[in-house]
Design a binder for this molecule. Structure first.
Ligand SMILES: *[C@@H]1O[C@H](CO)[C@@H](O)[C@H](O)[C@H]1NC(C)=O
Ligand SMILES: *[C@@H]1O[C@H](CO)[C@@H](O)[C@H](O)[C@H]1NC(C)=O
Ligand SMILES: *[C@@H]1O[C@H](CO)[C@@H](O)[C@H](O)[C@H]1NC(C)=O
Ligand SMILES: *[C@@H]1O[C@H](CO)[C@@H](O)[C@H](O)[C@H]1NC(C)=O
Ligand SMILES: *[C@@H]1O[C@H](CO)[C@@H](O)[C@H](O)[C@H]1NC(C)=O
Ligand SMILES: *[C@@H]1O[C@H](CO)[C@@H](O)[C@H](O)[C@H]1NC(C)=O
Length: 413
């Protein structure tokens, strides 16, 4: 079994790598077989991918192979105390090598989340970021205490000082130590969250990654089951919408639709969501208003230069309506934005902390769909109740920076 699963990746791997892999997995098999015990990992701590689709992990005795569908490469991670690590370096079109655990690394914080590294508890080895527009309060504190350098992302030579540089955008020029890291490319909330296991392989933090992911996933699943039983006679109908240059459109991103169903809501019909509406055009405006009249909850994800100034009035002005009396989400006060936690006008924690901890997003949405008044949302603010933006800052870091961030487990029976 282990044998056949170890052979599949060989098709895409250079022969030398594959040879190592097959030999080592046979040794592992042999050892496990001889002991006649429940299969023990012969290689220390391992992570198994359950949900994510864009990466796979294989283990040898003194190395691991990450197969990454984001950049189409295999990464050979060699343990620093192995002979292989001192002799081997790959940087080809299909294979890159890294020595693990990384003693230091940098992250392209322009578009990659940091919260996964915090959950793993490896921010002490974080030595470089490409932007200080980040929503992690403890990394902000590291930065303000001078322990972290800001590196210009266009100057790729500068990243050679780090053992690895993690980045989401793989279309740009890549150096040998660049590692693709793209939870945002996955299509469901849990798939995204499982990228903690990907990062864990680089720091030998597999056990931590497994514990955190298990806790998050079981909380997510529990909340989702609870939400399914909460539903009243009809599920609330929900739409994510966005206004841009005179046009309103409905979001069809898969993970957002998934959040709605997992939180016990119903997405606006997909035959409707294929449309966009120009609100200056009287006919289109009418059709748009008619659809709005069928909604119970709206999530307005409109991008604006200053999110703190976005209020219910802004929303109503943008939908350009004289009479809002047919809008259930106005009457019932359920107009939301996911910008409650932000560093500044455009830097939202939705793009960082919310990706690694989807159980909090789910709990927020359940409260939005089935209000109890007993739960304070983290990522969503209700425009209809004049909730404001909470500005994050380094002073909000409330843990020892060398300690891992604990995932927030929402009470759930
Ligand atoms: C397994 O993980 C534990 C806890 O993180 C660590 O102490 C131990 O060194 C790891 N073992 C190996 C072989 O990596
Ligand atoms: C990262 O670690 C390497 C050794 O593995 C060291 O040579 C390098 O100076 C370190 N870089 C930084 C920025 O600390
Ligand atoms: C980064 O480097 C590029 C080219 O070297 C330069 O044009 C740009 O101004 C630099 N950006 C910052 C923020 O220093
Ligand atoms: C929206 O409709 C108005 C009036 O019909 C038109 O002038 C405008 O160009 C349209 N905007 C877009 C983006 O199509
Ligand atoms: C407001 O919410 C209540 C309870 O969820 C529901 O019965 C009622 O129909 C809603 N009102 C509107 C106008 O949607
Ligand atoms: C709010 O919490 C209290 C105490 O935990 C509980 O008794 C009550 O039923 C909750 N209310 C709702 C609407 O869930």
């Amino acid at each position: 079994m282990a044998h056949s699963s170890s052979c599949r990746p060989c098709f895409h791997m250079a022969w030398y790598l594959c040879l190592y892999f097959v030999i080592e997995s046979r040794v592992a098999l042999h050892v496990a077989g001889a002991a006649k015990a429940p299969p023990q990992p012969a290689v220390g701590n391992i992570s198994k991918v359950e949900d994510a689709r864009l990466f796979q992990i294989y283990y040898g005795q003194s190395f691991k192979v990450l197969k990454n569908s984001v950049d189409g490469k295999s990464y050979l991670l060699m343990q620093d105390n192995s002979k292989m690590a001192s002799r081997t370096k790959y940087c080809t079109g299909r294979i890159k090598s890294f020595v693990v655990p990384l003693s230091n690394y940098s992250v392209d914080t322009t578009n990659s989340p940091l919260s996964f590294f915090e959950l793993l508890g490896v921010t002490e080895s974080l030595k470089g970021i490409t932007s200080d527009e980040i929503t992690s309060q403890c990394v902000l504190q590291l930065y303000s205490s001078g322990n972290l350098q800001l590196v210009n992302r266009t100057n790729i030579q500068q990243f050679s000082q780090f053992n690895a540089h993690f980045l989401t955008n793989v279309d740009e020029e890549q150096a040998c130590n660049f590692a693709a890291y793209a939870p945002s490319d996955e299509t469901t909330p849990l798939e995204k969250a499982e990228w903690i296991k990907y990062l864990g392989t680089f720091t030998n933090s597999e056990l931590k990654a497994n514990v955190v992911y298990d806790a998050i996933k079981s909380n997510y699943v529990c909340l989702s089951k609870a939400a399914a039983s909460l539903r009243s006679r009809f599920k609330p109908v929900v739409a994510w919408l966005e206004y841009k240059q005179g046009i309103w459109s409905f979001s069809k991103e898969n993970y957002k639709l998934q959040y709605v169903t997992d939180a016990g809501g119903e997405n606006i019909d997909s035959s409707i969501t294929s449309n966009i509406y120009n609100v200056s055009d009287p006919e289109e405006r009418d059709s748009f208003h008619a659809i709005l009249c069928t909604l119970d909850v709206v999530i307005d994800q409109t991008n604006v230069p200053d999110t703190t100034e976005y209020t219910l009035t802004t929303f109503l002005e943008n939908i350009n309506v004289g009479d809002d009396s047919c809008f259930g989400f106005v009457t019932n006060q359920s107009v939301w934005r996911y910008d409650k936690r932000a560093l500044g006008p455009m830097t939202l924690d939705w793009y960082d902390g919310a990706i690694s901890q989807p159980q909090i997003v789910l709990a927020d949405l359940i409260e939005a769909f089935f209000p109890t008044g007993n739960y304070t949302t983290t990522y969503f603010r209700n425009l209809a109740k004049e909730e404001g933006v909470i500005k994050v800052g380094p002073e909000m870091c409330n843990r020892d920076i060398s300690a891992p961030m604990e995932p927030i487990i929402v009470p759930c029976q």
